[in-house]
Design a protein. Structure first.
Length: 172
């Protein structure tokens, strides 16, 4: 069964999610299969669709568009192992194999010019006027929004209910 490794720009860490249905929608809405609460992601941004043994990615008319590797897509595109799907600030690395077989090397760094100026260090970097961000749960990997929270606040994950600490923030 295929899976994706999900990373957010300027947020440390990643999560992995199996593509358990023939069509899985990623978006900001909690009603999607892969919810990521971030303002750069449309309510229903992109779909991962399986037809036979082939997986496709399909932009769902998102505001910020969808890219596969360095190419902006319109409509649907077939995915290959380790293709990188960009949806807003999310970077999803596609893996055709099973999650159990992926191991630690399944997550890949995302090379490219747009990553050259990213700061190293704190888990979250934001300017004074930047919108609230999201982070993966340290227990289940589901993304949750920590909008209007202070660094060090403890909040429960909306999916698994376990406690997480809001990461510290520094000005850009």
């Amino acid at each position: 069964m295929a899976f994706v490794t999900i990373r957010m720009k300027n947020v440390e860490g990643h999560s992995r999610t199996e593509l358990v249905k023939d069509r899985m929608v990623l978006g900001r809405s909690s009603r999607t299969d892969l919810p990521i609460k971030h303002t750069s992601i449309s309510r229903e941004h992109v779909a991962f669709v399986r037809e036979g043994e082939t997986w496709f990615v399909e932009d769902l008319g998102s505001s910020n568009g969808t890219w596969v590797n360095k190419d902006k897509i319109a409509g649907r595109r077939a995915l290959q192992e380790r293709d990188i799907v960009k949806a807003g600030q999310a970077r999803l690395t596609f893996h055709a194999g099973s999650l159990a077989a992926g191991g630690d090397d399944a997550a890949v760094d995302i090379p490219g010019d747009d990553d050259a100026s990213e700061p190293k260090g704190p888990a979250r970097v934001a300017g004074v006027d930047d919108p609230p961000e999201a982070a993966p749960c340290t227990h289940c990997g589901a993304w949750y929004s920590f909008a209007h929270r202070l660094a060090g606040d403890v909040m429960d994950c909306p999916r698994c209910g376990k406690r997480n600490t809001v990461p510290s923030m520094m000005s850009a």
